[in-house]
Design a protein around this ligand. Structure first.
Ligand code: SF4
Length: 455
């Protein structure tokens, strides 16, 4: 393409369109002279709202793009490709016209319980079917329009992930507080359109457990296309006054496990899969061993904290001889601290103790006082809590943290850096990938690259 000759109409500012992040050298996009920073506004005259539109509209061998380069002058660009050839273009965002946010006022909304001053992205209350399709984010369906349903149907955006919580209208009103609640109707419209759904139920003690939960599961089990149901306990911080408990008591967690077990057995008989799954917290709080991996049926709600512990344990045990060897090769005089959330720490300590005698590697469960409440996962730890609970470990050692604790820039939730945490602690702090393989690599790395000796 000859850029200047094809440029024409000036546009004030793009209402939508995807900003090109990178162009693969030699690709069709590169041959058409697309460049990073260009905004692709439309494909064959159809406006581009997100990467789904891009994949949908640009699925042929040739199309005409409206491209807005950084100098704000629009161009028409024809791109062509051979069969099987990718376009070679990536975008800076997945959604181009703004993430849709929710209009609900859920009683348990975690975002409204957050203290001020955290990373901005944490406060985003997204309820966007596109992110549900692309990333597995749960949506409530209360903010879905007829046009949205038509688009989901047309582009067959399946599966989607739906937060349902309850089917009883009064309980739904109490929990979700939607301005207009047509979620159950939407749910059936999507199923009728052939869209598969993964469902989440946030379980709130004495609200949607017990008979309400049984009613919800019964309603869901009657519907083909409901691929899985994940039940997670209410999460609450100390920055609210409404909730004080959420199945932390052993008996309360055990009661939920017992209430769901008959459903799992019945659905295995009927459909060959457990279908309804409980978050790891229920087993940890009940002090009940996690179900075997095969009962998680390929972990359909892994990212929802369902089956992560089982997966870790199995991988850890498989890598047992290598982990033992890695610990034996640690440099003498370098104590290693594995710091993680309070909830998971006992599991990690137990698995480690079964492999190696205590001594050089210790597990520390960090208490989350920043959020308080029942927040006990590693991913929500902040620098003050880490510094407090790790400070008592040997000063000549090294601290290994799960990578989910920091963002891509190495910043913790409160904006402190991992490097700064190490400075405050007076010892080296490293991040690990949050799985058994990551732990093994981290231990090997300490052996190969021990921390510099203190002066
Ligand atoms: S739908 Fe999600 S983000 Fe919106 S209020 Fe409810 S819990 Fe919060």
């Amino acid at each position: 393409m000859s850029r200047p000759a094809e440029y024409g109409r000036r546009l004030p500012s793009p209402a939508a369109g995807g900003v090109v992040e990178a162009v693969e050298p030699g690709s069709p996009a590169a041959r058409a002279d697309l460049r990073a920073g260009d905004i692709i506004m439309s494909v064959d005259g159809s406006r581009l709202r997100d990467v789904i539109d891009w994949q949908w509209l640009a699925d042929g061998f040739e199309c005409e793009l409206a491209v807005l380069p950084p100098n704000d002058v629009e161009a028409r660009v024809v791109i062509r490709r051979e069969p099987g050839e990718p376009w070679g273009v990536s975008f800076t965002e997945t959604v181009f016209d703004g993430v849709r946010t929710c209009r609900n006022r859920c009683a348990f909304c975690f975002m409204t319980q957050l203290p001020k001053g955290l990373r901005r992205a944490l406060y985003l209350r997204d309820d966007d079917f596109r992110l549900s399709f692309l990333q597995g984010n749960f949506i409530t369906l209360t903010n879905l329009s007829d046009d949205d349903v038509a688009r989901i149907d047309e582009q067959h955006l399946s599966p989607l992930y739906v937060s349902l919580h309850a089917v009883d209208p009064e309980i739904r009103q109490e929990l979700v507080c939607a301005q207009e609640d047509r979620a159950l109707e939407r749910f059936d419209e999507l199923l009728d359109a052939g869209i598969d759904l993964h469902v989440q139920i946030v379980l709130v003690p004495d609200v949607n457990d017990g008979a309400v939960l049984q009613e919800s599961l019964d309603w869901l089990a009657q519907r083909e296309g409901v691929l899985s149901v994940g039940i997670v306990p209410l999460g609450f911080t100390a920055h609210q006054k409404r909730f004080a408990g959420s199945f932390q008591e052993r008996s309360a967690a055990r009661a939920v496990i017992d209430a769901v077990a008959p459903w799992q057995r019945a659905m295995r008989d009927r459909d060959g899969c457990s279908w309804v799954y409980l978050a790891d917290e229920f087993y940890l709080n009940a002090d009940v061993e996690f179900p075997p991996a095969e009962e998680y049926d390929a972990f359909p709600q892994y990212e929802n904290g369902i089956g992560m512990a089982r997966d870790f344990i199995d991988a850890f045990r498989s890598a047992g001889p290598e982990i033992t060897s890695a610990v034996e090769h640690l440099p003498t005089g370098v104590p290693v601290t594995l710091a993680t959330g309070e909830l998971f720490a006992p599991v990690l300590a137990r698995e480690l103790a079964a492999l190696v005698a205590g001594g050089q590697v210790a597990v520390v469960g960090v208490r989350n006082e920043f959020f308080g409440g029942n927040v006990s996962v590693a991913g929500l730890l902040t620098s003050a809590d880490l510094a407090r609970d790790v400070a008592g470990t040997p000063a000549n050692g090294i601290v290994l943290l799960p990578g989910c604790i920091a963002n891509a820039d190495g910043l913790l939730l409160d904006g402190a850096s991992v490097a700064g945490l190490g400075t405050a602690l007076g010892r080296e702090v490293r991040l690990l990938s949050c799985d058994a393989g990551g732990l093994l690599s981290g231990l090997r790395d300490v052996a190969e690259n021990p921390p510099s000796p203190k002066e």
